[in-house]
Design a protein around this ligand. Sequence first.
Ligand code: HEM
Length: 224
Amino acid sequence: MQTGAGFFGSSIGKKIVMAITGILLVGFVTVHMIGNLQLYLPAHEGVYALDTYGEFLRTLLHGSGIWIARATLLTAAILHIWAAWGLTLMNRAARPVAYQNQAYVASTFASRWMRVSGVVVLIFIIVHLLHLTVGNLLPGFEQGKVFHNVVTGFQVPWVSAFYILAMVFFATHLHHGIWSMLQTLGLSHPRYNGLRHGLATLLTIVVIGGNISFPIAVLTGFVR
Ligand code: HEM
C-alpha cells in the first residue's frame, strides 16, 4: 500500500532513501574506524598521529570541511530515520491482522529489531559525541588531545563495556542494513543471497572488529 504523494511517499522511494543514506553512513563509520586505527601508531616527537589527524580534520578547507561533513551526516541521519519511520507506518497500515506465515513473521522480527537497534545506535551516538567530541561526559577531557581523550575515556571499565555493548547492537543493525541496502539497489535475486550475506558479514566484522579493538587495547594496557 502506498500513502502520501509521489516517489518519496511510496515504499520503494523510502527504501531508496534508506539505501542511499545508508551508504553514506556506512561510508562514514568505515572511514572513521580506519582513521581511529591511528591510535595504534607510536607518537612521533611527542605528537600522536591521532591528534595530528584530528587537527587535519578540524582545519580542512579553512575549518569549513568538518562542518560540510557534519551537515551531510546529520542530513543523512535525519532522512534515514524519516524513511524508516515512514516505512514502519506504511507496514502497520498494510497489516490489519497478524501474520500467520513463518517467512513474514521472520521479516517482521528483523524490521522490529532494526528499530530497536537503530534507537540504541542513536543513543550511542549522542553519548559518544558528549564523551569524545564535546567532552562534558569525560572528566579530564582536553580539546584537540584526541589520543589522551580516547585513552582516558576507555580506561574506565564500564565506559569501555558500554562502547562494546553498543557495538554489538550496531553490528546487527549494520549487517541487516547492508544486506537490505544491497537488495534495494538491485542484488535482489536469490542467486545473490550468498554474495549479499558475505559482503554484509565482511564489512560488519571489519568495522565492528576495529571499533571493539580500541577499548580492549586500552583496557589491557596495550595502548596507554
Ligand atoms: C570505539 C569506537 C570509536 C572510537 C574510538 C571513536 C572515536 C572518536 C573520537 C576520538 C572523536 C572525536 C574526534 C575529534 O575530536 O577530533 C569521534 C567523533 C565522532 N564519532 Fe566516533 N568513535 C568510535 C565509534 C563511532 C561510531 C560507531 C560512530 C557512529 C555510529 C561514531 C560517530 C562519531 C561522530 C558522528 C563524531 C563527530 C565528528 C565531528 O562532528 O566532529 N563514532 N569519535
